[in-house]
Write a protein that binds this ligand. Structure first.
Ligand code: PLP
Length: 403
């Protein structure tokens, strides 16, 4: 598929007046045609609740929902689709895990996070830790905005029961060495959770081979609808975890004397799930799985290199992540001397450039970098060189006006 054919698979590019340079895919990806059609197809012509009705329409809806589970499992490299829980997104998945895993900790047990984390992978653990007296620690970062795994021994201890880290930073684009983290965590008997929100839009993966115990993602970042996501939990762990929310369809038997719960994944899917968005997520995963990801990864690396080189040539700009393309994806944040990211983003918007300015829900990382806020350009498979060039030209123009 050529770059223009690929772009044509995303309806927004035909719908928006030009110039339109969407460089905020780390916040939310644009919906692909396959997902948009699946969503509308379900809501307009095949809508029924799932896992309960016995008439044909309801049965078809349940089958479509389970097919989505299987498509997401295939994208993640999960062999048994029953290990995939359909959620509302990464935040929900991480809260579910924090609630279930931390409940069994003793006071003084430790939860190891990292300085790179999005607030969604910090606050749920803090809330849960506060209830049991567990202690939160964090893997430090290098000056390049990568996890400093050479200092893992300083923060991992015999008391560490849970390690929860991001696969890819939503600020610096750095890819975490999950294999090394898993090895160290296993040596002290800790469970490993991975926040996959920023990794999954960059191609299919094999979470079982990563060696972690759980992996969370959001559908809206995977070019599907807002409102649905997925959480993979290794079977042995899922069997041990208590329910997160109570309600319909997560039970075996309810009486006032007590309730017994369904097996995973249903135990974790209380109430009516986001059926249409989940079906759209399955459709996106199936469509994405058929693309040539080697070519797409090369194209993303070339665009990232073009962006990094262009930023390096502007004296007022300082990139806050890795300055090379090794071990990183196309999420690039930078600071501009004497210019606030919000002013910059507003001015760039007047040239059709959509970028994010702020702390990107990663305040501990910004604290560690000594910055209040940064500007972020994040790439996805529909971006091309014209987006990068428009950004670089726009940036020089905006800096002349603002600095
Ligand atoms: N984790 C990371 C690394 C993210 O970038 C985000 C969103 O930006 C999240 C978690 C939260 O995702 P959501 O808001 O879709 O639950």
């Amino acid at each position: 598929m050529s770059p223009s054919e690929l772009r044509a698979e995303f309806p927004i590019f035909a719908a928006r007046p030009r110039p339109f340079h969407y460089l905020d895919s780390a916040a939310t990806g644009q919906i692909c045609r396959a997902a948009a059609q699946a969503l509308l197809g379900f809501e307009a012509a095949a809508r029924a609740n799932v896992k309960r009705g016995v008439y044909r329409l309801a049965d078809e809806a349940t089958q479509a929902f389970d097919r989505a589970r299987a498509e997401i499992a295939a994208y993640l490299g999960v062999r048994d689709a029953r290990e995939v829980i359909l959620t509302s997104g990464t935040t929900f998945g991480l809260n579910l895990l924090a609630h279930g895993l931390v409940g069994r900790l003793a006071p003084g047990d430790e939860i190891l996070l990292s300085t790179l984390e999005h607030h969604s992978n910090i606050v749920p653990w803090q809330l849960a830790a506060g209830r049991v007296g567990a202690v939160i620690r964090a893997i430090p970062v290098t000056a390049e905005g990568r996890l400093d795994l050479d200092r893992l021994d300083e923060v991992l201890s015999r008391r560490t029961r849970i390690v929860s880290v991001t696969h890819v930073s939503n600020v610096t684009g750095a890819v975490s060495d999950i294999g090394r983290i898993v090895e160290a965590a296993r040596a002290v008997g800790a469970r490993v959770v991975v926040d996959g929100a920023q990794r999954v839009p960059h191609g299919p993966l094999d979470v079982e081979a990563l060696g972690c115990d759980a992996y969370a993602l959001s559908g809206h970042k995977l070019f599907a609808a807002t409102g649905a996501g997925a959480l993979w939990i290794r079977r042995d762990l899922a069997e041990e975890l208590p329910p997160f929310l109570g309600g319909g369809e997560m039970i075996r038997r309810v009486s006032f004397a007590g309730t017994s719960f369904a097996a995973p994944p249903h135990r974790f899917e209380a109430g009516t799930p986001p059926i249409g968005p989940a079906i759209a997520l399955g459709a996106a995963a199936a469509w994405l799985a058929g693309l040539d990801w080697q070519a797409l990864a090369e194209a993303e690396a070339a665009l990232t290199a073009r962006l990094l080189a262009g930023l390096a040539a502007i004296p007022a700009v300082r990139v806050v992540g890795p300055t090379g393309t090794q071990g990183r994806l196309g999420v690039v944040s930078f600071a501009v001397d004497d210019v606030h990211p919000h002013d910059l983003c507003q001015l760039l918007d007047s040239r059709g450039l959509c970028l994010r300015g702020g702390h990107h829900c990663a305040q501990p990382l910004h604290d560690a970098l000594g910055l209040e806020a940064t500007t972020r350009a994040s790439l996805a498979l529909y971006n091309d060189a014209s987006d990068i060039d428009a950004l670089l030209e726009g940036l020089e123009w905006a800096i002349r006006r603002l600095a």
